[in-house]
Design a binder for this molecule. Structure first.
Ligand SMILES: C[S@@+](CC[C@H](N)C(=O)[O-])C[C@H]1O[C@@H](n2cnc3c(N)ncnc32)[C@H](O)[C@@H]1O
Length: 168
């Protein structure tokens, strides 16, 4: 094999190893997320838009979510809101940060690699968006009640909080 062929093989090997490493990290943290709260299932653009409309998200709002691929945060930031995304999967955090740059909203968005159960929610939060597994909704409700001021809007995709009556 000539040296150009050898370098070519090395580059492919390095690329394959990098992809494998990213997939392993993604898979590992998907499992952690699934046990802790819920694995990544995107809300999608249409439902994200509805969720933002329901909370009346516009300029100046601060929001906070289990951010997944960042879609909801990006759409909120495009409306002029300040969005904080909490996410346990570092691959999704990197993806969200890259998307924020591409969308040119990185000044309005912040994504943090963190376990939300160990994170003190900022009291100035005006709205929270969640898409969590029913088993964890009661625990999440207790955290939100304890850490956020009365009047904070909470929008939950798909599942209700036990004992709470949705207003819309
Ligand atoms: C169902 S997805 C929803 C993503 C996004 N909010 C949306 O609606 O498209 C829930 C996200 O929560 C993340 N997650 C699970 N447990 C978490 C934890 N303890 N702290 C922070 N994020 C967590 C998952 O990795 C996943 O990306």
């Amino acid at each position: 094999m000539n040296s150009a062929g050898f370098v070519f093989d090395l580059v492919w090997l390095a690329l394959a190893l990098a992809v494998l490493a990213v997939m392993s990290v993604y898979g590992f943290f998907t499992l952690i997320g699934a046990v802790s709260f819920v694995p990544f299932v995107p809300s999608g653009k249409a439902k994200s838009r509805t969720m933002l409309d329901l909370a009346g998200i516009g300029e100046g709002s601060r929001i906070l979510i289990g951010s997944g691929d960042g879609q909801l945060c990006l759409m909120a930031a495009k409306r002029g809101a300040y969005a904080l995304g909490l996410e346990i999967n570092p691959v999704l955090v990197c993806l969200s940060k890259m998307r924020a740059k591409l969308w040119k909203v990185d000044r309005n968005c912040r994504f943090i690699f963190v376990d939300m159960w160990k994170y003190d929610l900022p009291p100035e939060t005006q709205a929270v968006f969640v898409y969590g597994w029913p088993d964890h909704m009661a625990k999440l409700w207790n955290k939100l009640k304890k850490e956020l001021p009365a009047g904070t809007k909470i929008v939950s995709h798909a599942f209700v909080f036990p004992g709470q009556e949705p207003v819309s």
